[in-house]
Write a protein that binds this ligand. Structure first.
Ligand SMILES: *[C@@H]1O[C@H](CO)[C@@H](O)[C@H](O)[C@H]1NC(C)=O
Ligand SMILES: *[C@@H]1O[C@H](CO)[C@@H](O)[C@H](O)[C@H]1NC(C)=O
Length: 353
């Protein structure tokens, strides 16, 4: 058993070298995730941590479940945002490199996943702090201005600075290499975190007899994570294409990124950047990690990327009928319940050839 464990660790070490994105994201899928919360976290068993991350894990072990949760909500949001697209953010649960080779290239997709995962970590840690489930952090007591018209400060303002700090220290720990990919990951990770800070809002609650609003207390809150997902998806659509430049500095060769097209406005800290083009994801290809789009459901009436033309890459589609049971003929009975019947409806479903 000991030898097997040693062998696995060695194996993980090798895998880390092979993926250009964090292997520790695998914390968010598979059995590692399901055992979080029931078993103490063994930092040394998390695959792919660099020494700084291992130290961080040991020092702040109580927030590691939130770090994993953050990557998880990031991936779920990615799968929501990309659900009708050729590449739909599929993860491979029995592989430490959970996205396969897809994110090895410095593409828009890589930019999106880095941003959403680092936003997810900041978000989940911030939420855990305000809910009191971690003891080293809590509410933001600084960000209190004067009270507003008809309301006063109360409740727990979420400390997004702390969550962002954790995301920056942990998620960016391996991004200190002098190469272009590291520069790209740093920019996209930060863009993800900034998107949360930009969407903080004043959330209020009324107190008073029978729901009246005699006293209203307000606090700073993070938005719904869907808001962050929609925003970063817009950033994906308008991501800036960059060029890699090499400079000779005293510490050796350093790669930096420069906008490829000077007639577009240069990226700001909220923008996503990439410098390699994406494959078209039409056919399965183990080298690029494309699964192809055969057997995917497409939308007959859409002219967008989820429409049968684009999603099926011009190969055409088959139409099948599918029976679904639904509630129907619902009747409201006085008072107070609704009784429904179950009907079978037939739908057409379109599947890429
Ligand atoms: C995502 O793509 C994979 C691989 O093509 C497919 O198996 C899966 O059903 C797709 N998921 C959704 C929600 O369309
Ligand atoms: C298909 O596309 C149309 C037009 O874009 C849209 O209104 C509809 O909701 C889509 N259907 C599904 C099942 O996504």
């Amino acid at each position: 058993m000991i030898y097997l464990g040693y062998f696995l660790l060695l194996f993980c070490g090798l895998t880390r070298v092979m993926a250009s994105y964090p292997i520790w994201w695998s914390l968010a899928v598979g059995h590692q995730y399901t055992s979080l919360g029931t078993q103490p976290i063994l930092c040394s068993s998390i695959p792919g941590l660099v020494p700084k991350q291992l130290r961080f894990c040991r020092n702040y072990v109580e927030i590691m479940p939130s770090v994993a949760e953050g990557v998880k909500i990031g991936i779920q949001e990615c799968q929501h945002q990309f659900r009708g697209r050729r590449w739909n953010c599929t993860t491979i649960n029995d592989n430490l490199a959970i996205f396969g080779p897809v994110l090895d290239k410095a593409t828009r997709e890589s930019a999106f996943v880095h941003a959403i995962a680092s936003a997810g970590v900041a978000f989940a840690v911030t939420r855990a702090c305000s809910e009191g489930s971690a003891t080293i952090c809590g509410c933001d007591t600084q960000r209190k201005g004067p009270p507003g018209e008809g309301w006063k400060w109360g409740g727990c303002s979420e400390d997004v600075e702390f969550g962002s700090m954790v995301s920056r220290e942990f998620a960016d720990a391996r991004e200190n290499r002098p190469d272009a990919r590291s520069a790209m990951n740093r920019q996209n990770n930060e863009a993800g975190r900034v998107s949360i800070t930009e969407h903080m809002y004043l959330k209020c609650k009324c107190h008073g007899l029978s729901g009246s609003c005699e006293v209203k207390t307000c606090w700073w809150s993070q938005p719904d994570f869907r808001v962050i997902g929609d925003y970063i998806k817009d950033k994906y659509d308008s991501a800036s294409e960059m060029m890699v430049e090499k400079h000779r500095e005293s510490r050796g060769w350093v790669e930096t990124l420069r906008p490829k097209y000077t007639f577009f406005k240069p990226p700001t800290e909220t923008d996503l950047v990439y410098y390699e083009s994406s494959p078209n994801f039409c056919e399965p290809n183990p080298d690029t990690g494309s699964f192809g789009t055969r057997d995917r459901l497409c939308n007959m009436t859409s002219h967008g990327i989820d429409g049968c033309d684009l999603l099926c890459c011009g190969r055409g589609h088959n139409t099948q009928t599918e029976k679904r049971k639904e509630k129907c003929h619902c009747i409201f009975h006085w008072c107070c319940y609704v009784r429904c019947q179950e009907c079978t409806r037939v739908y057409d479903v379109h599947i890429c050839k």
